[in-house]
Design a protein around this ligand. Sequence first.
Ligand code: NOJ
Length: 400
Amino acid sequence: MTHTSLPFPDGFLWGASTAAHQIEGNNVNSDWWRKEHDPAAEIAEPSLDACDSYHRWEQDMDLLARLGFSDYRFSIEWARIEPVAGTFSRAEIAHYRRMVDGALARGLRPMVTLHHFTVPQWFEDLGGWTADGAVDLFARYVEHCAPVIAPGVSHVCTINEPNMIAVMAGLAKRGEQGFPPAGLPFPDEETSHAVIAAHHAAVKAVRAVDPGIQVGWTVANQVYQAMPGAEEVCAAYRRPREDVFIEAARGDDFIGVQSYTRTRIGPDGPVPAPEDAERTLTQWEYYPAAVGEALRHTADVIGGDMPLIVTENGIATTDDSRRIDYYTGALASVAAAIEDGVNVRGYLAWSALDNYEWGSFKPTFGLVAVDPVTFERTPKPSAEWLGGLGRSRELPRRTD
Ligand code: NOJ
């Protein structure tokens, strides 16, 4: 079989990502926990123990390091650190500090996300992101995370997928339920402004802790593709859903790029995937080249030579050979972007573990399977393969 050498620059981040609420279990003071137990929210199943990673994070890190990864992105949970407004848990801060130290001890560079979709219930009760004082409350939480991130953490992500937060807020205001479809409904503009302000405040707070930390945020990229004649419609569609969040990252140390599939835009908006297209467990079109296109678009919008890191990319499938095929195509598209001069500094797969996909455990994105009863971890062939690429840097060339 022929191979392509992955053209990764020195210090390239090679890892897998997770998020606290999706793997820890029993995140009982969060807004999502409450929602999961509210029949009106019509959520298929609650997160409950999730992967019990709150207790089993050492096993998770042992596995990632053994598989060949050098980086682990995980999030810390605001609802645990500040379960009551203004009251910060020393024990939880110490818990996350142990995770940072544990990662470093295993040779994994920790990338820490401060906010990954969930907020404390008290923050939601105050009115969430658009409430008076919300930005200051977030900045105060970030300041209290100082002992977790310094010293030792090289990359901090402030807010994960702020554009999805604004889209979800738009859905909630219109009284709609569930996770948004791939094309994305219109985001709530007030929330967009609020999360951008919160990000800027958080960047400042992180730099005050340690100016050496690389700080940025991670934007969901839908890979909007204009159908012939729909270029302007597509640009107008993309702007409030994506580009304003990319532009808000100017001045940061890096931007995280997250993509899974594409969305084609015609003169009347999103066009469904072709009838015969392969779909994944999330019903998204199987489209491995998405990540390369997302990187190129992000670089174009942000300009300059901003470092880009793929902070999430992956596929929900029960067929692990399709996962390997997806990552093969995705990495080929990343390699091509690098060769064309895009400043890509890292690639982190979503996700390390099969986990709670915001309402259901069914869409399995994991490199590692998790038994729902015993919590036993079993790496899939894709995990061994992807981890091994960190050492060999040799990507098999597709023959199809
Ligand atoms: C992006 C989100 O950050 C993550 O929480 C989610 O599980 C994946 N996309 C897959 O939908």
